[in-house]
Ligand binder design. Structure first.
Ligand SMILES: [Fe+2]
Ligand SMILES: [Fe+2]
Length: 274
């Protein structure tokens, strides 16, 4: 396989159609599977703005011109992700989940505070969360039918485009962290704490939306939720080796070579959204 050319992180300005009548349960008609991904999507606008601020704060400490250039492309890609997922958040607000907007306002304040006062932890947290998005992206790009086959096609395009770009820029935050704060304990702490934090945040938002729908205590909803997360075809099944790779001292995001996946998906995504 060809090595990835990091100078070719492509900044796209997609036109995605999220305005039409997207069904409330757009992921296979399944409330849990839909709300879990609604919850994940709803943390992206402020989460990814946090990533950008965390990395850009250290831009002046980077001498390598290629890495400086990838920071710029990374910021531009994440800016587009924030904007497109923000449209999804507005759809959720219109559907009657105002708590998502309140929660995002709180997250916005906390993350701004974190970049200001805990910049090293913010950068390490960004690199760790980028490890999680790269891992999810790889799974989606490897098995699009399993991941997006049941989705409304408009939502499938959103997730496929985002997955491609997460794979393209997966090493940027890590490379900046490796230059400015190459501490192994910091890296380990960042992934442990952010994995737990992100999972609880998403679960909390999922529970809220199921509660608003009046189906929080339905057994079949949770049975299907457990299958969606941990079942044979589940979201988290088969992810543990990729996840644990982070804890190797000599780990680098490019150890998992996504070049072939990226090459296969670029024309497909660009024909459909960019
Ligand atoms: Fe992103
Ligand atoms: Fe990212």
């Amino acid at each position: 396989m060809q090595p990835i050319d990091r100078s070719a992180i492509v900044v796209r300005r997609p036109s995605l159609d999220l305005s039409g009548e997207i069904p409330r349960y757009w992921n296979g008609g399944d409330p849990f599977a839909t709300h879990f991904l609604n919850a994940l999507s709803s943390v992206f606008p402020d989460g990814e703005a946090f990533f950008v601020r965390s990395v850009q704060r250290y831009r002046d400490r980077i001498d390598d011109p290629q890495l400086r250039e990838t920071i710029r492309s990374f910021a531009a890609q994440e800016g587009q992700h924030s904007a497109q997922h923000d449209r999804h958040v507005r759809m959720l607000l219109d559907q009657g989940y105002p708590g998502i907007g309140r929660r995002n306002a709180l997250i916005r304040r906390l993350t701004r505070w974190s970049v200001e006062w805990m910049p090293r932890h913010s950068l390490a947290g960004t690199a760790a969360l980028e490890h999680l998005t790269a891992l999810l992206a790889r799974k989606l790009l490897e098995s699009p039918e399993r991941w997006t086959g049941q989705m409304d096609p408009r939502m499938a395009r959103l997730w496929q485009w985002h997955a491609l770009e997460e794979a393209e820029h997966k090493a940027v935050a890590f490379d900046v962290l490796a230059q400015v704060a190459p501490s192994y304990p910091l890296r380990v702490f960042a992934l442990v704490s952010n994995t737990l934090g992100l999972f609880l945040e998403i679960l909390d938002r999922t529970v809220y939306m199921l509660w608003k729908d009046g189906i929080l205590f339905r057994r079949d909803v949770w049975a299907s939720g457990l299958r969606f997360l941990f079942g044979r075809e589940g979201l988290l099944r088969g992810a543990s080796a990729d996840y644990r790779a982070w804890y190797r001292r000599d780990f680098h995001p490019d150890d998992a070579n996504d070049a072939a996946l990226i090459a296969a998906w670029r024309p497909r995504v660009e024909a459909r959204v960019a």
